[in-house]
Each structure stands twice: as C-alpha cells, then as structure tokens.
Ligand binder design. Structure first.
Ligand SMILES: [Zn+2]
Length: 277
C-alpha cells in the first residue's frame, strides 16, 4: 500500500500545497481520500487524470471536496468521450453539494460522471482495501478512515476535534495521518504589532469540536499506539516547526509533517514503512 500526499494545506491552499487530497494505491487500484481546492493539478504529477478508481470524501467543506467539480468537468468532457463512472463515497448530500458547486443548471445538463454512495459508520470493501469509517468531531458530518491492505493499516483523521472514534480507528495502525490545524495556547501572548503600527491583537481561542492542535494529534496517536504519526491539514499561517514540536511532546514514536509530493510505502508485515520523499 502506498500513500501519496497530493495536498495537505489546512482550510485553504497554501503556497506549497493544495488543500486536502491523498492518493492511496495497492494492486494497481488508485483511491483518493478527499479532493480539495487545487488538488486536481497536483494529482496529475502522480497519476493519470483518468486513472482514479474510487474517491472517498471525508466531509463537504470546500477544502476537502471542491476540486470534485473540476474533476467532473474533466471526466465528462474528455476529448475522446466521457469517462466511465467511478464510485464516490461521501456523506449524505454529496451529489447535491457538488452539483451546487459546479452550478446547478450546468450540473443538470451534464451526464453523470460519478456513482455516489453514502458513507455510514462501519467496514466495507473498496477495490483491494478494507475501509472502515466512523463519525468524528467536526461541525458538519465528517468521517475518519482506516484503510487496510496486505497486513498494513493506514488511518486518516479527516478534520476533527478530540475524538475517541479516531483513536479506535487508528488503533495499532502503522501510520496515522492526523490533522493538526490549531496551535496550543492560542489565547497566550498577543501577536506583535503589525509593521504598519497597527495595535497588537489577542489570538483567537480554538473553538471546540473543530480541529486538533499538534499536541492533541500526538495524544491521539499515543492513545491509539500508532506506529507512525504524520501531521497534516497544516494551516499556512501556522509555524510548522511549532506544530511538530507540540506533537513531539505527546507522541514518542516516529513523527513528521505531511508535504505535497511525500510518498509513504507501507510494505508487508515485518518491513518498515519508509518515506521516499
Ligand atoms: Zn472541515
């Protein structure tokens, strides 16, 4: 099983990464986890535009699904004819949301490119993968994932605040791809005055039930006894070194930051995971 980070910027694209999208491959089957803003471009560095076999959407916030509208156009208006439908697994209402993003009148005129399947908590088979999903703690219906293949397990937090379901899904996983959108102690010292002399403003507190800090992500990985933690959904205005340091304070295992283009090979039992970039 191979994991490729297509986009890992949190909440909006950054200068070095699209918003959320991850490519998971095994046995020649290619599955996307999320397809946020800008990710369709980056995807084409790692897979053919039409070589995707299934797509899973964790939730319907734009930074996790908006490039589905662009992909819909690409599959529908391919020069040599519309591409076969592929399954898209998402929360209830996914088809309507994507049609709205594209422009409803155009969406109605377009032949469908996707077979939409509504996610419900539990396990199912998608291609060669066993995929287990459960609700996590975010303002809209959101699913985290556990993906298993060849004796290896990968868990993906999606967007979530503190979540026991995430710990269950990540239990003993070889790699936990976990969001770390917030910084610890945001209500601490105020930001310094801006260069134009604007007055210092206190940082906004972290709202509950929304996202995790680096230390909370590390805490989830430790409680789950995950083999490796990769921090993702990194918000461009945060200090990534600080996020990493926060996580290192609560998780003692291998730890790194996601980056667009990073590839993780989850090999068979007894072999170590290695990042090829
Ligand atoms: Zn979200």
């Amino acid at each position: 099983m191979r994991l490729t980070v297509i986009g890992c910027a949190g909440s909006f694209p950054g200068p070095d990464s699209p918003a959320s999208a991850y490519l998971v491959e095994a046995d020649g089957f290619r599955m996307l986890l999320d397809l946020g803003n800008g990710a369709l471009g980056g995807l084409q560095r790692h897979a053919g535009l039409f070589d995707i076999d299934a797509i899973c959407l964790s939730h319907l916030h734009g930074d996790h699904c908006l490039d589905m509208a662009a992909y819909w156009v690409a599959r529908t208006y391919a020069p040599d004819g519309p591409r076969p439908r592929i399954p898209v697994y998402g929360p209830a209402g996914t088809a309507d949301r994507l049609a709205g993003a594209q422009g409803t009148s155009l969406a109605q005129a377009m032949p469908p490119a996707f077979d939409f399947e509504t996610l419900v908590p539990g396990a199912s088979r998608i291609g060669p993968f066993k995929v287990t999903v459960d609700h996590v703690n975010h303002p809209v219906e959101t699913f985290a994932f556990r993906i298993e293949h060849g004796g290896r397990a990968l868990a993906y937090s999606a967007d979530t605040g503190e979540s026991d379901a995430l710990v269950r899904l990540a239990r003993g996983a070889d790699l936990l791809l976990c969001e770390a959108s917030f910084a610890d102690d945001p209500a601490g010292p105020p930001d310094p005055a801006g260069p134009s002399g604007s007055p210092a403003r206190p940082r906004q507190p972290n709202p509950p039930g929304m996202h995790l800090t680096g230390s909370q992500a590390g805490g989830h990985a430790a409680r789950a006894a995950a083999g490796q933690l990769v921090l993702t959904h990194l918000v461009p205005w945060n200090d990534q070194a600080r996020t990493l340091a926060e996580a290192a304070g609560t998780f003692g295992g291998p730890l790194s930051l996601a980056a667009a283009g990073r590839i993780f090979e989850l090999a068979g039992p007894g072999e170590n995971i290695h990042a090829t970039r």
